[in-house]
Ligand binder design. Structure first.
Ligand code: MN
Ligand code: MN
Length: 306
């Protein structure tokens, strides 16, 4: 079968109902009722799946065989109510919890970043407070928008308030762009995060950025959350709140590879909004991010170089 044909699942993987069990499930979360600017991330899962067809089995950068070292399957999409954010968040949490009960780790394809909150709720029940490596142009620790507490700009403040985060082990990567006030950064630090700015990649390089992330996370169970807008709009135009001055796709992929050997208990790639994409630029970037995340979810044994 040529790679442009065959199943519409992520990387043409089997569906979850076609395998006895899965170590990792790719789970679509088509939901964008939490966005504050450009809508459209509800179409992200289908777009990332379509852009993932060319992914090949062996990752020479890490020595991983992400689809052979573990059973990976596509769990389809969660049914998320677009008119009731709280109900949608509950449904997302239930889906992740159900998969976790079978020992299946989840790679979520968003959908907007609101969805990190229900996943963290599910993971914290299982592991206790987790470390978060949050790659994003934005802090996503704001309080409310128009009085609404559950939005794509607020998931990590809610997670911190709910005790889901290890406050000594969380870090933002790729942060840049204007804020509402300088106090945003003070609030953010209080909520448990340090910051590796996008500009730090220019001044200090990728290796130093990775070193700072690893020192922060240590050996805690870690959730890796990738808002595709961490990339420069040149590398990811198809997203809801683009900011100039972002990472290259090469810097992002190298940063993710730097997490090999850590205890990654869940991951997401969110905020892909295909209506603003061109030539699959954003979809392809997201598919490759997902591929690296699958390698990390294989764990230290299979995911490290060999
Ligand atoms: Mn963002
Ligand atoms: Mn975000």
């Amino acid at each position: 079968m040529p790679r442009f044909a065959g199943p519409a699942t992520f990387a043409r993987l089997p569906r979850l109902d076609e395998v006895a069990r899965a170590d990792v499930a790719v789970l679509g979360m088509p939901f964008d009722s939490g966005v504050s600017y450009r809508p459209g991330a509800r179409f992200g899962p289908a777009h990332v799946r379509a852009s993932s067809r060319l992914l090949r089995p062996y990752n020479p950068a890490t020595g991983a065989w992400p689809f052979a070292d573990q059973q990976v399957a596509d769990a389809g999409d969660v049914a998320l109510n677009p008119f009731d954010v709280r109900e949608a968040l509950d449904a997302a949490q239930t889906a992740v919890t159900a998969l976790g009960a079978d020992g299946t780790r989840v790679l979520s394809l968003g959908g907007d970043h609101t969805l990190a909150l229900p996943v963290l709720r599910a993971l914290a029940r299982e592991h206790g407070p987790v470390a978060v490596v949050h790659l994003d142009a934005h802090l996503d620790t704001w309080d409310t928008y128009f009085g609404a507490p559950y939005t794509h700009g607020t998931p990590f403040r809610r997670a911190s308030e709910e005790g889901l985060l290890d406050l000594e082990r969380c870090v933002h990567v790729g942060t840049r762009g204007p804020l509402y006030a300088a106090s945003d950064l003070e609030d953010d630090a209080r909520l448990g995060f340090t910051v590796v700015r996008a500009d730090d990649y220019e001044t200090d390089g990728v290796a130093r950025a990775v070193e700072r992330v690893l020192r922060r996370v240590e050996d805690a169970p870690v959730y890796v959350s990738v808002d595709i807008d961490v990339l420069d709009p040149a590398a990811a135009p198809g997203t809801g709140t683009p900011e100039a001055g972002g990472l290259t796709s090469r810097e992002l992929l190298r940063t993710l590879r730097g997490l090999a050997g850590r205890r990654v208990v869940g991951a997401d790639v969110v905020e892909v909004a295909p209506a603003y994409d061109h030539a699959e630029i954003t979809g392809i970037a997201a598919a490759h991010v997902a591929y690296e995340l699958l390698g990390l979810l294989a764990g230290p044994r299979a995911g490290s170089a060999r």
